[in-house]
Structure formats: structure tokens, C-alpha cells
Design a protein around this ligand. Structure first.
Ligand SMILES: C[S@@+](CC[C@H](N)C(=O)[O-])C[C@H]1O[C@@H](n2cnc3c(N)ncnc32)[C@H](O)[C@@H]1O
Length: 308
């Protein structure tokens, strides 16, 4: 006897549990959770429920919602929420534009929209095309809406690129994004290996397309954890994140610095760019033997060279 596959419930990100119930066995589908499944990979009609904490960017949000609607079975429940000031106030209209009848509530600064997957949703292909990976001509690189600074070089990254010497030996790019820093690092023939790590699957997929170099190893992982073993490195480069889920989190950048310090050999060097206001000096100074500012205040950024 053949059995039909069990319907799958999915959760996107970490919707607060007090705002929406979800099945305990729901499969995680956020690109920001290393190892999660991808909404892109579910067959049309194969999901029984989706509960989503929607991402803040309009294009990436419509892309994720359109993928969820495509993957849901007709009549299955879609719950999408977002903080009011990070897309929440636009959710109802966006869902209605896909043909959904929406029940909207407000709680804890979030808008929560509940809908059934309509029998014939409209506009899904357009929203998926708008948010899909693409080659960005201005960068001459692959990228995708939702990825950090997805269609332009970040000014902090640009400042670090100006300061970087030709590096040598083995190193890492923590929070590599689509690979802008890594490409510059790999231009130096003395580099023997470069580990690129990012927790955004979309960035990692783009970096894999942008970097075709046997010295590069690219991983979808939390760079502050030990999923990718890093030790005895000659250098680390990074423009560390300081937002987690849209909220400023200075401790995240500080954890990146601690991870870089752990990964370096004695005498190895960390090259780091940060917004001027970020308090990284109190972490760098006690950890590293020598900390020098290589650029100061340029466009609101500072660059450090820190030797272990
Ligand atoms: C400021 S961006 C820099 C991106 C790229 N290096 C550049 O210069 O354009 C920081 C990157 O860190 C990634 N990120 C955030 N938290 C992370 C974590 N815990 N582990 C790995 N990467 C993370 C983000 O997805 C983002 O791509």
C-alpha cells in the first residue's frame, strides 16, 4: 500500500509564539537560519500551513509571501506578521493584491494577517521574479533583494577595500555577504585559502556564483559559532553585522571580534571596518597585542588593523 506524504507545516523566522500558534513540527524555511529548508524547493500545494515573521524589505517580503502562497495547498492557512513600522502596516494590502481575503489584528506593535490560500492567487510569478537572484550590473556580481547592501557597495566595505594590503596565507571573511571583500582578498596571489561564512543563504548562494576560486571555501553558517572550524589563521577580514532581526545589537559585532581573535594565530591580523558609533575598542584593545586605526571617520566609518 502506498501512503501519501504527510502534509508539512512551515515557519519562516521566529514569529513570537504569543502572536500566532504554530505546529511544533513546523519546518523552518527562513534563509537566515543555517540549515533551514528553502521555500523555493517545496512543490506547489505541498504545504499545509505557513506562519511567517515577514522580512522588512518590500521586495523580499512579497517574494517570500508569494513563495509561501505557491507552496501552500488551496485553502491552507497563511499567517504573516511584521512589526507595524517594519512592513506590518502594508501586509494586508500586499496579501489582498495576491487575491487573499485577510483577517488583520494588531498586537504588541505587530500587524498579524491571517488568510487562506486562495484557489487562484494572482501576481505570484511577478513577485517571485522581482525578488529572485540576479546579476546586478552596478556590482558586476550576483545578488538578491534582502541581502545586505544587495545592489551597491556598502560605504564601510568600500573604505576597508581602500585600506586592505595584499594579504597572504590562510584567512577568513566573517559575514562575507555576496563576496565583495573576499574577491579583493583573493586577488592577492599569496592567499592560500579563504573561508567565507555568512548566515544568509541568499548571500552564500550569490557568493558561490561570484567566486570561482579553488582557494575559497564558502559556508552557510553562524560565523560566531564553531560549525566551521577556524584556527591558526594569518588574517581575518570583516565588516561585521550590528543588527539582529532589525534591532541594533552591538554584542553581535563584539562576538565577531572574539571569534576572529580565536581563529587567528599569534601575530595574525584582523582587518575590520565599523560605523564610528560602535564601541569595538573596549573589545579589541584587551584582546589584541596591537590595535591601530587605519582610517578615521571617513563617511562615518573607522577601519582597524588589530594584530594578535
Ligand atoms: C555588514 S554585512 C557585510 C557583508 C560583506 N562582507 C560586505 O562587506 O559587503 C554583514 C554580513 O554578516 C552577515 N551575518 C549577520 N549575522 C551573522 C552571523 N551570525 N553569522 C554569519 N554571518 C552573519 C549578514 O548576512 C551580512 O551579510
Amino acid at each position: 500500500m502506498t501512503s501519501s506524504p504527510t502534509p508539512t507545516a512551515a515557519v519562516y523566522g521566529a514569529p513570537p509564539r504569543e502572536l500566532a500558534e504554530r505546529e511544533r513540527a513546523a519546518v523552518q524555511v527562513s534563509p537566515l537560519v543555517p540549515g533551514a529548508a528553502a521555500l523555493e524547493d517545496f512543490a506547489p500545494g505541498s504545504l499545509s500551513e505557513v506562519v511567517m515573521l515577514a522580512p522588512p524589505g518590500t521586495v523580499e517580503r512579497r517574494y517570500a509571501v508569494a513563495l509561501a502562497l505557491r507552496a501552500l495547498a488551496p485553502g491552507a492557512a497563511l499567517t504573516v506578521m511584521a512589526p507595524k513600522d517594519r512592513g506590518g502596516s502594508r501586509l494586508k494590502k500586499e496579501l489582498e493584491a495576491f487575491g487573499c481575503a485577510v483577517d488583520e489584528t494588531a498586537k504588541r506593535h505587530h500587524r498579524i494577517c491571517v488568510a487562506e490560500r486562495p484557489a487562484a492567487p494572482v501576481g505570484l510569478d511577478g513577485a517571485v521574479a522581482d525578488g529572485a537572484p540576479r546579476r546586478v550590473e552596478a556590482l558586476q556580481l550576483w545578488s538578491q533583494p534582502g541581502v545586505f547592501s544587495w545592489d551597491r557597495i556598502d560605504p564601510g566595505t568600500a573604505l576597508l577595500l581602500k585600506q586592505l594590503p595584499a594579504l597572504a596565507g590562510k584567512g577568513a571573511d566573517l559575514g562575507c555577504g555576496v563576496g565583495v571583500l573576499a574577491r579583493a582578498v583573493l586577488a592577492a596571489p599569496g592567499v592560500t585559502r579563504l573561508d567565507l561564512i555568512d548566515n544568509d543563504r541568499r548571500a552564500v548562494d550569490a557568493a558561490r556564483r561570484n567566486i570561482d576560486d579553488p582557494r575559497a571555501a564558502i559556508a552557510w553558517a553562524d560565523a560566531t559559532g564553531d560549525a566551521v572550524p577556524l584556527e591558526g589563521l594569518d588574517f581575518v577580514v570583516m565588516n561585521p553585522p550590528f543588527h539582529d532581526g532589525g534591532t541594533e545589537d552591538k554584542a553581535l559585532g563584539q562576538r565577531f571580534i572574539q571569534r576572529a581573535h580565536q581563529a587567528l594565530r599569534k601575530g595574525g591580523t584582523l582587518w575590520l571596518v565599523a560605523n564610528m558609533h560602535l564601541p569595538y575598542e573596549p573589545i579589541l584593545t584587551p584582546l589584541f597585542a596591537k590595535v591601530e586605526r587605519r582610517a578615521d571617520g571617513g563617511g562615518g566609518y573607522k577601519v582597524f588593523e588589530a594584530r594578535k
